[in-house]
Structure formats: structure tokens, C-alpha cells
Design a protein around this ligand. Structure first.
Ligand SMILES: [Zn+2]
Length: 244
């Protein structure tokens, strides 16, 4: 998994304002946030959460933050609660239906850095977000769940977080499709030997001039090919076998 994105753990000090140290219930949803501070780094946002321990800037945190360069800082362990979707107003009907009366206790929060006030992310941040969420969906056994992915706004109803997805609903749909495609891919090839075999096949096809670029080998090596690409590749491989 490490080829897809880099993860650094830099845990917050346990404190009442940002890392309460309470165990999380079974994760029912992953919530996507923006940091609401253009060009600020994951490290800076992690330190902001850490400094909340003084009690001077209220409650709030998330489990991890994706940097502008696509790397991740995990600051709260996946089995502990973060304060990322608390609200003084009533939760949405949808949130109550799927997440219960206190969504903080059964959700995992991801903060995304961004380049401007529209919330637009770098390509690196977006790519990591897709791969990371797909991996977490499998880790939390959420693949195939009815409503596994949430915007902060969908939980609380009033906050424009993650702003980019709130204001560009078609991008939110595309994001969920991208994640699903990654999850389907993981269901197709679950064992390393399957990836190794695919890699060997793709390499052979390139050496024989059937594929004209090494990009395919890179995609297979990094496990970043999509289900549709896999189907297409398999067709080429089958055709080649039949010609023998
Ligand atoms: Zn948020």
C-alpha cells in the first residue's frame, strides 16, 4: 500500500479538546473535510489540533490530514474518537438514520488541504484521498454499505465543508465513483501473486510491441489501474493467448 501514498503518524497528546482518548464504536462512515485555510500544510493543521490542548481555541480534530503533496499525517488512532462532526444544531435526518444520535462516536474524519478558498485540492491530495478512502473502506468493512461516505455538511446540515464538494456536487459524485472503482479493483485482485502475474503479462506485451508504453507496468506496480483498464488489458492478454 505504501507505494500509493505516504503515511506518517504524529499523534496528538491525549487531551479533552482534541483527543479525548475515548474508544470509537464500529466505524459506520468516513467523513471528508476541508481545512478551510488555503495552502496550509498537514503539519500546520496537525499542530493546530495539538495546540487546542491548552483550551484556548475550543474543541475539534480529525483522524488524519492529507497534505498538499499527497502525504498523510495520522494524528488520532483509527480506534479512537475525534471531534470532527460535533454540532450544537440537530443532525440531518440522514445522519441520524445511518450514524445515530452522536456521529462522532462511529465515524472516521479526514481533513484535506487545498489551494484556494473554493477548496480546490492539488492533484496529489485528490489522488491520495481516493486511494486512502478506498483502503479505509476495506479496513472498516464498508465496501457495499448503503451510505459509507459523508461530507461534513451531510452530517450537520449547515457547514459548507468540504466546500469544493459542497459547491460542486458532480465532483462529489465523481469522487465516490472513483473510490468505488478502487474498491472493485481490490476485490478483483486480492493476492499479491495476481498482481505479479499481471505485471509479467503486461511487461511481455510491451516487450513484444503490443503495448507501446511502460506506463502500464507502472500502473500495475503501483496498483493504480482501474477496473475498466483491467478488463481491457485482460482482453488484450486473452487475444494474444488465442493467437498462439
Ligand atoms: Zn469539516
Amino acid at each position: 500500500m505504501s507505494q500509493k501514498y505516504k503515511v506518517t503518524e504524529n499523534l496528538l497528546t491525549v487531551n479533552e479538546f482534541s483527543r479525548p482518548g475515548i474508544k470509537l464504536k464500529k466505524v459506520k462512515g468516513i467523513v471528508i473535510h476541508w481545512v478551510a485555510n488555503p495552502l496550509s500544510t498537514a503539519a500546520a493543521n496537525r499542530n493546530f489540533f495539538e495546540n487546542r490542548k491548552s483550551g484556548n481555541s475550543g474543541y475539534g480534530s480529525a483522524h488524519e490530514i492529507i497534505d498538499l503533496d499527497g502525504s498523510i499525517i495520522v494524528d488520532i488512532p483509527a480506534d479512537e474518537m475525534a471531534y470532527h462532526v460535533g454540532s450544537t444544531k440537530p443532525y440531518t435526518d440522514e445522519a441520524i438514520k445511518y450514524l445515530g444520535s452522536y456521529p462522532n462516536n462511529c465515524t472516521y474524519g479526514i481533513e484535506c488541504t487545498h489551494i484556494d478558498w473554493t477548496g480546490k485540492m492539488t492533484d496529489e491530495t485528490y489522488k491520495t484521498l481516493v486511494h486512502r478512502v478506498a483502503d479505509l473502506m476495506q479496513q472498516f468493512d464498508l465496501v457495499g454499505a448503503e451510505k459509507p461516505l459523508w461530507l461534513h455538511q451531510e452530517v450537520v446540515g449547515w457547514k459548507d465543508c468540504h466546500r469544493w464538494f459542497v459547491n460542486n456536487p458532480e465532483e462529489w459524485v465523481k469522487f465516490k465513483n472513483d473510490v468505488n472503482e478502487r474498491c472493485e479493483m481490490a476485490l478483483q485482485l486480492t493476492e499479491q501473486w495476481q498482481w505479479d502475474m499481471l505485471y509479467e503479462n503486461v511487461k511481455t506485451l510491451r516487450e513484444k510491441g503490443i503495448l507501446n508504453t511502460a506506463d502500464w507496468e507502472t500502473k500495475v506496480k503501483n496498483k493504480t489501474i482501474t477496473v475498466h483498464e483491467l478488463v481491457w488489458l485482460n482482453t488484450i492478454i486473452m487475444k494474444r493467448l488465442l493467437e498462439k
